[in-house]
Write a protein that binds this ligand. Sequence first.
Ligand code: RIB
Ligand code: CA
Length: 305
Amino acid sequence: MDFGKIKILIDTDPGYDDAAAIITAAFSSNIDILGLTTVFGNTSHDIVKKNTASMIDYFNLDIPYAFGEKEPLNKNNIATEVSEKDVFNLPEHESREDVKGAVEFLKEKLEEERGKVTLVTLGPLTNISKLLKQYPKCKTMIDRIVMMGGALNTGNVTSAAEFNIYCDPEAAKEVFNSGVEIVMAGLDVTRETMLYGYDLEKISGFGEKQTKLVEIIKACSSKYGLTPEKGIPVHDVCTIIYLLEPEVFESEKFSVDVETKGEITRGMTLADRRPFSTAVKNTTVLTKININKFMRCFFEIMAKY
Ligand code: RIB
Ligand code: CA
């Protein structure tokens, strides 16, 4: 039991930037990761599971984990093609029985903690939507949801939608309308977090584990056409840096909802920015990032391990 630390549960679809976020949180002395749950997203859930297990093993992360959903709530939802893009190629972790699913795991962890827990989500919101629907009492045990997802302005997987929301818009809509406080680290800030060649060399120079993380970042991102010369975004890391140093960001509260019916806007996170709006402002949206402060905080943690 670590008193005084920020207690978090991470729902994730590793993914190279998920790995960077998880390792940043694990290296930080101010965060206590109570557990991880996996969800489909960056790649197939089978590969997500392997990446998670092998990452925990390789980086000696003493963190319990459980496996979650392999497809969205709406089985007809066609996410982007997710071939074997994000394969970490770490030594195989011994296979284990899925002793319990992500929803049960999250519920038990929340019930175990007397204080409230922060839910950090780095992928599609399928597991979280199921948790809040099956166990509504868990809403009172969650301090807030800090998510990488959405965008006030342009998307990435479509011009309107960010990938994590697009993969399961129905789940995202339910989470945004759940009444739980949300902090949205959307593309408006996360796309600024570009690591270039010199950044990656600096991180590698901190040691063997950091070198392996850089290898994962380079290998997986290259399959998306990303290069150290053009810059490699570490979207998910924003959630962890926000927890540690919220002043790295500017933010504004809005009422945010998710489009699930639009022919070209499906998966869009729409903020009601009308000055006369009376809608409940359910979401703190990160609107600006001080990239120098972000990088300083990120590198300080990377150097600590
Ligand atoms: O749009 C970026 C998000 O999609 C990140 O979480 C990345 O890991 C992918 O899941
Ligand atoms: Ca992710």
